[in-house]
Design a protein around this ligand. Structure first.
Ligand code: GLN
Length: 273
C-alpha cells in the first residue's frame, strides 16, 4: 500500500527533525547545560502561558471529564509547560481549526493525537513524535466487512464514516472515494461517525485505534477489525514562525520522553494488551 511508503518517509523526517532539534551545546544531556526553563528566550501567545489547541473528543488523548479537559495530550502539555515555567491553558476547538490557530499564533502548541503528514508539514512544524497511532476500521458485529482489504476489493461500494479532515478522511478519500470504491461521510466528531454506524447510515468508520476502543466500549454491537489500515506518528504542531518556542518545547518533550514521563502518562491511560 502506497500510504506505508509515505508514512515511512514522514517517520524518517520526524527522526531527522528530532536529530536537528538538539544541536550541540543546547543539549539537555550535558552536565552543565541549563534546563529549558532557565533560557526563556521565547515568546508565547499569552505571556506566562502555554496555550494548547485541541479537540477534546478524542479519548484517551483528550476528552472532557466534567468541565475539565483531561487525557494523555493534556498531561504531556502540562509537563512541558511546567518545564518551561509556564501555566498551561487549553483551548477546545474543532479538529480542523487547530492548524489555523497555530499558524495565526493564537495557540502555541497543537496537541490532538495529530498525525504527522507531509501536507501538514507544509503548514506547521511538528515536534519529535511522542506516540504511535493506527487507523482502524469499526464495523457492526454482523458486518460483511471482514478485513480492511474488503474496502479496496474490486466492485466494493461502501459508505465510510470518518471525522472530517483527519487522516482517516484523507486516506479513505484517496483509496476509496477517488478509486470509485465507495463514498465518504464526513462528521465533525468521531463519536458522530460511530453513531451513524450504529444507526446504519454508514457501513464502517475509519478512525484512530485508541478512540475506536473507547467508542466500541461505549456503544453496543460494534467491533474493531483486527487488520490495521495505516500506522502513523503523533506529534505536537507548532508555528513555523516561532523557532525559539519550538526549540524550547521540543527540547522539553525530548527530555520527558527520555526520562520516561511520557511513557508513564501513556501507560496510565492505555493498558498494554
Ligand atoms: N490522528 C488523526 C489525525 O491526525 C486524528 C486526530 C483527531 O481526530 N484528533 O488526523
Amino acid at each position: 500500500m502506497k500510504k506505508w511508503i509515505a508514512l515511512l518517509l514522514v517517520s524518517a523526517m520526524v527522526l531527522s527533525v528530532a536529530a536537528c532539534g538538539s544541536t550541540p551545546g543546547e543539549s539537555s544531556k550535558g552536565e552543565d547545560a541549563p534546563p529549558a526553563s532557565d533560557t526563556k528566550s521565547f515568546t508565547t501567545a499569552v505571556e506566562g502561558k502555554l496555550t494548547m489547541a485541541t479537540n477534546a473528543t478524542f479519548p484517551p488523548y483528550e476528552y472532557l471529564e466534567g468541565n475539565e479537559i483531561t487525557g494523555i495530550d493534556a498531561e504531556i502539555a502540562a509537563a512541558i509547560a511546567e518545564k518551561l515555567g509556564l501555566e498551561l491553558q487549553i483551548d477546545d476547538m474543532e479538529f480542523d481549526s487547530i492548524t489555523e490557530a497555530i499558524k495565526s499564533g493564537k495557540a502555541d502548541i497543537g496537541l490532538a493525537g495529530m498525525t504527522v503528514t507531509p501536507d501538514r508539514q507544509e503548514e506547521v512544524d511538528f515536534t519529535v513524535s511522542y506516540a504511535t497511532g493506527v487507523q482502524v476500521v469499526i464495523v457492526t458485529q454482523d458486518s460483511a466487512i471482514a478485513s480492511v482489504d474488503d474496502l479496496f476489493a474490486e466492485g466494493a461500494s461502501h459508505v465510510v464514516g470518518v471525522q472530517r479532515n483527519t487522516t482517516g478522511d484523507i486516506y479513505t478519500t484517496d483509496d476509496i472515494e477517488k478509486e470509485g470504491l465507495g463514498t465518504i461521510d464526513r462528521y465533525g466528531k468521531g463519536a458522530e461517525a460511530v453513531q451513524a454506524l450504529k444507526t446504519g447510515k454508514v457501513d464502517c468508520v475509519v478512525i484512530d485505534n485508541e478512540p475506536a476502543k473507547a467508542f466500541v466500549a461505549e456503544v453496543e454491537g460494534l467491533k474493531i477489525l483486527e487488520t490495521e489500515y495505516v500506522t502513523e506518528d503523533y506529534a505536537a504542531a507548532m508555528s513555523k514562525d516561532n523557532k525559539a518556542l519550538y526549540d524550547a518545547v521540543n527540547a522539553a518533550l525530548e527530555e520527558l520522553i527520555a526520562d520516561g514521563t511520557v511513557k508513564g502518562i501513556v501507560d496510565k491511560y492505555i493498558t498494554a494488551e
